[in-house]
Design a protein around this ligand. Structure first.
Ligand code: FES
Length: 114
């Protein structure tokens, strides 16, 4: 596992972009701990760390407002903004996010990217 942050570095509902082995990953701090997902939105690759955390549990992509469960990576709402984007959804179908195991040890946040 790789050390990516100190536990006290992120406030509640804060995100941090990580570049690990050429992959962009986003680290989240939620009320019950840390989570990590791929950072590229599977719709049209917007960086999710520039999005908004909704209700303390979903990340909303800032481009077309797709939403994903941060803990599981499951798609909750596919791209729906601006009106008409649904036409594109026929070729950019709904996909979940890849997630990565995270643990905290001695105040350090560690990620398994394998
Ligand atoms: S790029 Fe994320 S919803 Fe379109």
């Amino acid at each position: 596992m790789l050390k990516v942050a100190m536990e006290n570095e992120l406030a509640l509902h804060q995100m941090k972009e990580l570049k690990l082995n050429g992959e962009s990953i986003v680290l989240f701090r939620l009320k019950d701990g840390f989570y990590a997902t791929q950072n590229k939105c599977p719709h049209l690759f917007a960086p999710l760390h520039k999005g908004k955390i909704m209700d303390g549990e979903r990340i909303q992509c800032k481009f077309h407002r797709a939403e994903f469960d941060i803990r599981s990576g499951k798609s909750c709402k596919w791209a729906n903004f601006p009106p008409g984007i649904q036409m594109l959804n026929m070729v950019r179908g709904e996909k979940d996010l890849r997630t990565f195991p995270v643990k905290v040890e001695n105040g350090e946040v560690l990620i398994d990217i394998n």
